[in-house]
Write a protein that binds this ligand. Sequence first.
Ligand code: GTP
Ligand code: MG
Length: 196
Amino acid sequence: MEIKSAKFVISNSDYQLCPQDGKAEYAFIGRSNVGKSSLINMLCNRKGLAMTSSKPGKTLLINHFIINDNWYLVDLPGYGFASTGKAMREKLKAIIESYILYREQLALLFILLDSRHEPQKIDLEFIAWAGENGIPIALVFTKADKLSKSHLNDNITAYKNTLLEQWEELPPIFITSAEKHEGRTEILDYIDKVKM
Ligand code: GTP
Ligand code: MG
């Protein structure tokens, strides 16, 4: 599938205020700074479409981008950002959770994981929470350019083994680098498949 156009539509703190045209949405979640906004820009081939930062806590709202005038990519705030303070963290948690649980248009949630790290408790808990709530998910390993191929393979194998302690079957898994434009075709083709 090709992306012919990608346009920012609206930012919201409340899922009920998001676009009401019923078009399917593919959303990106993960820890703050994991690379959600960068991945959206990479998929759309548009630097600066979604705002990114080297500091965590850049995206604080639900951001809708309309693709090919037909469906949405949704950039969500990250979870687990320690220095935002408890009140802010709780507020972001409520925004994210209500969007994921109640947004009927949500066709698929991509959960992003930093490929440099071992399985982290917060991510495993989030994946389990999504599973318990019947949310269709796919996992995306980010920043693959930051480590060697063998290290990358080791980390992903370790992750799969940890998940298999809880899951009978693994969700779809994608390996990406926003920097090197890796994993783009695979993700777009998967979205295409889900849409049909
Ligand atoms: P929040 O909005 O704060 O939750 O963060 P985010 O998940 O949207 O992360 P963002 O896309 O803003 O990226 C965070 C930092 O990681 C930025 O400095 C990016 O340039 C960098 N980054 C993201 N993806 C990649 C990647 O694939 N490779 C490399 N080397 N850096 C990346
Ligand atoms: Mg962001």
